[in-house]
Write a protein that binds this ligand. Structure first.
Ligand code: PMT
Length: 399
């Protein structure tokens, strides 16, 4: 992977560029920063030079030493990201003005270009700015929409720079997108379900949702349309995914079945509660009214239902076990009709439920298996998606 050229313009949100650089670096990507002259009024170029380990570019002509750096840098980068992008740079790009390094560089690059606007809401909504954005989109330039909220000028509305995580996720989609996932719908479930006895008491499990959220993030970066059906979690949804929040197993089942006909791949990473109480009380029960033994009944098995209804979908199940991992997971794989089973041991604290890391055993119906040693759930999700890409490509060849 080549590096990212990060164009930085004069906006109060310029400080977020530091976090953007850090996130790219955590993905193993180098960054070269290009600042507009006005951006240097907010931050000294030296800050970005220190963060990236590479000289920050401001001037088109650097003391006459590197007169055509805007051409040589073109071959070193995979993406030109401009964040924050002002109304001025957007207008210059839309009309082809090349009067500084950044605007000149934009005309020279052949890689994808992503623009993350940040400005006052009136400037952003101004018909001229909107016209410029429309024109650039028609030319193939990609945009990360600004967020709505309180702006530095005291006004409220759209114009706040999108979050660094969102910008980086969109950037990575542009450079990591894979043919196998383009035009594909990936349905992911994540988190626990809660089965309530009354408004304050429920049956559940320790799933945090992290595994499912990382799978959804990865599927988006690989170019898929992603639908994330999530039980209660504290995580922000990954950029670009369509999120449906649910609470109970029955709600999760309804949401999953609604999207199932469109799905090409389903990843059931959710820890669906296996039981619910027989009876659900609207009012909080008094302690003395609760019997010491409560009756429960099974919740619907969503994955088993998907297995029965399967047409062209690629079904990926997860098995959370505390012993005899391979045997128990293989039995579930066969019973639920899945095409790939991801088995994880949930007996420890370091992996499985509510941890940053995981360690999994992948099992295929033809008897093959692959152990993925302990690593972050981000990396585990990348390994799982690589295997899904192989399965999708195999299917494509069979058609
Ligand atoms: O969320 P994290 O904190 O990151 O933790 C990740 C995880 C441990 C929850 C995840 O990696 C995982 O293993 N998810 C599946 C947990 C589980 O419910 O396993 P199971 O063996 O009970 O179920 C097997 C499969 O059937 C799962 O795909 C499950 O989603 C599905 N199932 C289970 C019960 C049910 N009623 N309906 C289902 O669809």
């Amino acid at each position: 992977m080549k590096k990212i050229a990060l164009g930085v313009c004069s906006s109060i949100s310029i400080y977020k560029a530091c976090e953007i650089i850090r996130l790219f670096q955590s993905e193993g990507l180098g960054v070269r920063v290009i600042m507009t002259e006005k951006a240097t009024r907010f931050i000294q170029p030296y800050l970005f030079t220190s963060l990236t380990g590479e000289r920050t570019i401001v001037e088109l002509f650097d003391d006459g030493q590197r007169p055509i750096e805007h051409i040589s840098l073109v071959d070193e980068i995979s993406l030109l990201l401009i964040a924050p992008a002002t109304a001025n740079i957007i207008a210059k790009m839309a009309s082809g003005v090349a009067d500084d390094f950044l605007s000149t560089f934009y005309l020279a690059v052949k890689c994808p270009v992503l623009v993350a606007p940040a400005m006052n809401e009136a400037m952003y909504l101004h018909p001229q700015t909107q016209e410029n954005i429309k024109k650039l989109k028609a030319l193939g330039v990609n945009f990360v929409e600004p967020e709505s909220g309180y702006l530095a000028c005291g006004k409220q509305g759209p114009g706040r720079l999108a979050s660094p995580r969102t910008i980086v996720d969109h950037s990575l989609r542009l450079i990591r997108s894979r043919e196998a996932f383009r035009g594909k719908v990936v349905l992911v479930t994540a988190g626990p379900t809660r089965e309530f006895l009354d408004p304050v008491r429920f049956l559940s499990n320790p799933s945090s949702g992290k595994m499912g959220y990382e799978l959804a993030r990865e599927a988006f970066q690989l170019g898929a349309e992603v639908i994330l059906v999530s039980g209660p979690t504290y995580f922000e949804p990954p950029a670009g995914v369509h999120l449906e929040k649910v609470t109970t197993a029955e709600e999760m089942k309804q949401a999953v079945l609604k999207h199932y006909p469109r799905a090409d791949v389903v990843l059931m990473a959710a820890a669906v509660a296996d039981f619910r109480f027989c009876g659900n009380f609207r009012e909080k029960l008094r302690k003395q009214d609760i019997r010491p033994v409560l009756e429960v009944e099974p919740t619907p098995d969503i994955l088993e239902e998907l297995g029965r209804r399967k047409e062209r979908q690629l079904l990926v199940g997860f098995a959370a076990e505390t012993g005899e991992l391979r045997e128990k997971a293989a039995e579930k794989m066969t019973r639920k009709g899945v095409d790939l089973m991801v088995a994880n041991d949930v007996s420890g604290q370091e992996t499985g439920f509510a941890s940053d890391d995981n360690e999994v055993l992948l099992i295929w119906p033809d008897g093959r298996s692959r152990k993925i040693p302990r690593m972050s759930k981000r990396k585990i999700s990348q390994e799982i998606m690589k295997e899904i890409e192989v399965l999708l490509n195999e299917r494509r060849r069979q058609i």
